[in-house]
Design a protein. Structure first.
Length: 299
């Protein structure tokens, strides 16, 4: 139901607003809204019909193995791109950040599938895919994706260790430590670049506090502030054209040197909740916020 509401909110906003200067934003919202509505229908159908479906265990295992092969192939290609070009891998996307987000979802689905398809023999392939995923996310240098994936995996590991017998706990901890060392050794070549990305967070925060706003972190903060200010001017929603004008007006007044925020605010506020509030108003923001908490209890 929440997915249906989220899709409807996006589609209705794109249908009811007029965007002459930024028509692609409305078009993307219209397409994504339709896909969410269709996805909600598919999920509802699966939920109603799944009790009647009977899949052979080997078929499910074959599908899981295919997911593992896809993930490993993506990792090999990504690492090859880093070695040959020296640039962050885009992972079949238009940007390294977007590719890392999609890869994170693929990795989490693969880990869940391994756990379900191989209930007795999943520890070794589970942790192998875990380490492989960390290696690619590490070379992608996408901090938010690394943090999100780490939190999911850490929560899953703690939960499993707590509910397992003590012998299984020893095996799990030993296996995790061994594979972690292997993964760290394999990624050692790129660890300096990753740690540099982490250290730049503190540096950019200090720069922002000193008034230097045109940094990666400063650009994000500026977009959030400008987006929230635009929402407060039009709490019931507005077009992308109007949001762009309002947000840039705020940046001109408060952060005129924030070039990163000024160039990117027209496309996205770099936060889905702020984005929904600034465009779709209170109702759109409420639907987006309500859409997120249920996944904290999904198993």
């Amino acid at each position: 139901m929440l997915l249906l509401l989220l899709g409807l909110s996006k589609w209705l906003w794109a249908t009811l607003t007029t965007n002459h200067d930024l028509p692609l934003i409305a078009e993307h919202y219209r397409v994504s809204g339709k896909r969410m509505i269709l996805g909600a229908f598919v999920l509802y159908s699966i939920h109603r019909l799944s009790p009647r479906w009977r899949f052979l265990p080997r078929l499910i295992q074959a599908g899981t193995v295919l997911l593992c092969v896809m993930l490993i192939a993506a990792t090999v290609v990504g690492i090859h791109d880093v070695i040959t070009t020296g640039e962050r891998p885009k992972i079949n996307s238009d940007a390294a950040t977007s590719g890392a987000y999609m890869f994170t979802l693929l990795a989490l689905v693969t880990l869940w599938s391994i756990r379900k398809a191989f209930p007795r023999h999943y520890p070794v392939p589970f942790f192998l895919i875990l380490i492989v995923s960390f290696i690619l996310l590490g070379v992608s240098e996408t901090r938010s994706a690394i943090l999100l994936f780490s939190l999911f995996c850490l929560a899953a590991m703690i939960h499993h260790i707590v509910v397992s017998p003590w012998r299984s706990r020893v095996i799990w901890l030993s296996l995790f430590a061994a594979l972690l060392l292997v993964g760290m050794f394999s990624a050692a070549k790129y660890s300096d670049r990753l740690f540099d990305r982490v250290e730049t967070v503190q540096t950019e925060i200090e720069q922002y506090q000193q008034g230097d706003t045109s940094t990666s972190i400063g650009g994000r903060v500026g977009m959030w502030q400008a987006g929230l200010w635009a929402f407060m001017q039009h709490p019931l929603g507005q077009s992308a054209d109007m949001r762009n004008q309002e947000a840039k007006h705020w940046l001109d007044r408060h952060q005129p040197a924030n070039n990163i925020a000024y160039l990117n605010i027209q496309y996205h506020t770099h936060n889905d909740i702020v984005e929904s509030l600034s465009l779709q108003g209170i109702m759109g923001g409420f639907v987006m916020i309500a859409f997120l908490p249920p996944y904290c209890w999904c198993r």
